[in-house]
Write a protein that binds this ligand. Structure first.
Ligand SMILES: [Zn+2]
Ligand SMILES: [Zn+2]
Length: 144
């Protein structure tokens, strides 16, 4: 089962051929690929990788593990060194939407996460579900 897991980043590819190799140390081919791998690392609890993939200039001394229940990721816009995305997560019975624009920079051959500005709010019941399904939240992750 775990061998054929689809990637948490929502690419539709298998985890083992998408974000997992990058989490294991392969070079991410783009800032977007690195961002996706960081989302997958959050979703699967790879805290060491999250710290490792942070740019040395802004890297925290420690990444605090959280038990956030992530619902899905959708990329709004990606440029060479920035990625705007929406990620959905659950907080109690609420469906929350995290809208962030992250900046990335190269450290040697590797893309690294520099910083980002984010906006967290409760997903509107009639808005598109932040998990990226294209259904309304009330018909998707917000279904009671
Ligand atoms: Zn992936
Ligand atoms: Zn959903």
């Amino acid at each position: 089962m775990s061998d054929a897991k689809t990637c948490p980043c929502g690419s539709g590819a298998l985890f083992s051929s998408c974000c997992e190799p990058i989490i294991s140390g392969a070079i991410a081919p783009s800032a977007e690929a690195l961002m996706r791998s960081r989302y997958s690392a959050y979703a699967s609890g790879c805290w060491n990788y999250l710290r490792q993939s942070w740019h040395p200039d802004t890297r925290p001394s420690k990444v605090t593990p959280t038990d956030t229940c992530w619902l899905g990721l959708s990329i709004v816009k990606a440029t060479e060194d920035s990625v705007e995305f929406i990620a959905g997560f659950r907080e109690g019975s609420k469906v929350m939407s995290l809208h962030e624009t992250s900046r990335f920079a190269k450290d040697g051959a590797h893309w690294r996460y520099l910083d980002g500005s984010c906006d967290i709010c409760e997903a509107g019941r009639n808005s598109p579900c932040p998990c990226g399904s294209s259904l309304k939240t009330k018909r998707c992750c917000g279904k009671l």
